[in-house]
Design a protein around this ligand. Structure first.
Ligand SMILES: NC(=O)c1ccc[n+]([C@@H]2O[C@H](COP(=O)([O-])OP(=O)(O)OC[C@H]3O[C@@H](n4cnc5c(N)ncnc54)[C@H](O)[C@@H]3O)[C@@H](O)[C@H]2O)c1
Ligand SMILES: O=CCCC(=O)O
Length: 455
């Protein structure tokens, strides 16, 4: 098959072309990798105060250009503009968090032994390749790059092709903030080229955020080179609603847990496991709230639901819903479609053998499962190959806490939606990947935890 030489980005809301970009030549990619490698030699020794000062410049740049970057994200992948603005603000908060805490998080860890002095020194590894998805075009890139750079590594990033404008804008943010050339570079590269990039000695590790399929492929390539990977993959989070849940307090959070980013979030609530005693009340209130979500031009502030980021994503969702309906699921609400638009949809009578239960659904469809008691609910929670997070809504918090040990996921949220927070580790288990981003874990992810022993 002939390899594409260009990427043309498209606005999924009106299907108009935005820009055309040429894939970088292998020579251009080699130059970028060499530059990242050379810069590493000095960047790793730069003082932490210089590095954290630059984080403040990044946050200032994001603040100054918030509208421009938000609009770019919305144009390229269709998310409602208010959510794009919130995404840029979250990136700013991430910079502030590491600017304030990096010195403590990266400081040597003294360990008393029979040596005069012994400690762990957290040293950077070198140039790290980030492979990123389109669903949070700025946030995912920043979640990886900010701690990785602050730990003293350099970064090259291959972003999803439909957000190439964002990928280049992100490089510009780092350049304008004053990072030395070679600290952060975007690579416009296709999948075949990525294999060669991973094989290059300059790349010391790979961080991938993307699908389970991509995780398997990238881990295999990196594994053959004995290079470490951090994998942030798909999810199929359960949202458990027990009989005593306070729906008045939590309904809007529960709706947001599924419909945020037009349902295109790895940690979205995808399987709603609802106890019989609250089932009718929940279904009525949830449906009423979902029906108020306004679809429209994502550039308008009152739009709450956009199109999906690409038309083929709506094809996949439609197939998953059709196959589930064939197996007995009922369309309780929604299920109309027009090109990349998929109406928020609620399916009831969902059982464990249906694609909307077993697979990740990346769009605004809620699969509702009725259970007769909480024991049954907890059994269903873990019946998934994914392991990003579980959320539970109940007033019996102490009782829910007893489940901490049984939840197999990377996160367990009681009376809130699963969400990422720079202060807390983020990541999955099972087919959702391995490794942790954010917090102390994230800044140490790409470090050599070096034992130093002075007799
Ligand atoms: N766990 C998390 O933190 C997290 C966050 C966001 C998205 N995701 C997941 O990402 C997926 C949606 O994003 P997507 O559609 O962009 O995923 P994707 O796997 O199709 O692509 C992700 C990135 O990997 C690249 N890629 C994929 N296969 C590759 C290969 N063989 N060689 C080189 N590069 C390759 C893509 O070009 C893109 O840059 C969902 O499954 C979602 O749950 C996970
Ligand atoms: O798609 C996943 C969202 C990840 C996050 O919020 O950090």
């Amino acid at each position: 098959m002939k390899m594409a030489t260009h990427i043309t980005t498209t606005n999924p809301y009106n299907n108009t072309s935005l820009e055309t970009y040429t894939y970088y030549s292998s020579e251009a990619i080699d130059n970028i990798l060499n530059s990242a490698n050379n810069t590493f030699k000095t960047w790793k020794k730069a003082s932490l105060s210089k590095k954290t000062e630059l984080l403040k410049h990044v946050a200032d740049n994001l603040s100054k250009n918030k509208e421009k970057y938000s609009k770019l994200m919305t144009l390229e992948m269709g998310k409602p503009i208010t959510e794009s603005i919130a995404e840029i603000e979250k990136c700013m908060y991430l910079c502030d968090f590491y600017a304030e805490n990096a010195a403590i998080l990266l400081s040597d860890e003294i360990i008393e032994t029979d040596a005069k002095e012994s400690f762990i020194s957290y040293d950077p590894l070198g140039c790290i390749l980030g492979i990123m998805p389109w669903n949070f075009p700025f946030w995912q890139a920043f979640r990886f790059a900010i701690p990785t750079l602050t730990a003293g590594n350099t970064v090259v990033m291959k972003h999803a092709s439909n957000v190439t404008g964002c990928a280049l804008a992100i490089q510009q943010v780092f350049e304008d903030a004053g990072y030395p050339k070679g600290c952060f570079s975007t690579l416009i590269a296709n999948h075949n080229t990525v294999e060669t990039i991973i094989e290059n000695d300059i790349i010391k590790a790979v961080s991938l955020t993307g699908s389970e399929k991509a995780g398997r492929e990238i881990a295999k390539i990196a594994g053959a080179q004995l290079k470490p990977t951090l994998l942030e993959l798909g999810g199929n989070n359960a949202c458990v609603i027990l009989n005593d849940a306070n729906l008045d307090a939590h309904l809007s959070t529960i709706v947001k847990a599924r419909m945020q980013n037009t349902g295109q979030s790895c940690i979205a609530a995808k399987r709603f496991i609802v106890e019989a005693g609250i089932y009718n009340e929940f279904l009525n209130k949830f449906t009423e709230a979902v029906a108020t979500l306004n679809f429209g031009d994502p550039l308008l502030e009152d739009t709450k639901i956009g199109t999906l980021a690409r038309e083929d994503l709506a094809d996949t969702l439609e197939e998953q819903i059709k196959a589930s309906v064939t197996k007995g699921a009922k369309v309780h609400y929604g299920n109309t479609r027009n090109k990349a638009y998929y109406q928020p949809t609620i399916l009831t009578n969902v059982t464990q053998d249906m694609p909307v239960f077993t697979e990740e659904t990346f769009g605004p469809v809620a699969a509702i499962i009725k259970v007769s008691n909480k024991e049954e609910a907890y059994k269903l929670v873990s019946n998934t190959k994914f392991g990003l997070g579980t959320m539970i809504f109940t007033e019996a918090v102490e009782d829910a806490r007893q489940q901490i040990i049984n939840i197999e996921d990377g996160a367990f949220f009681i009376n809130d939606m699963v969400k990422s927070d720079p202060r807390l580790p983020f990541g999955g288990t099972k087919n959702s990947g391995y490794g942790r981003e954010l917090s102390r874990e994230g800044i140490l992810a790409f470090t050599n935890k070096k034992t130093v022993y002075v007799k």
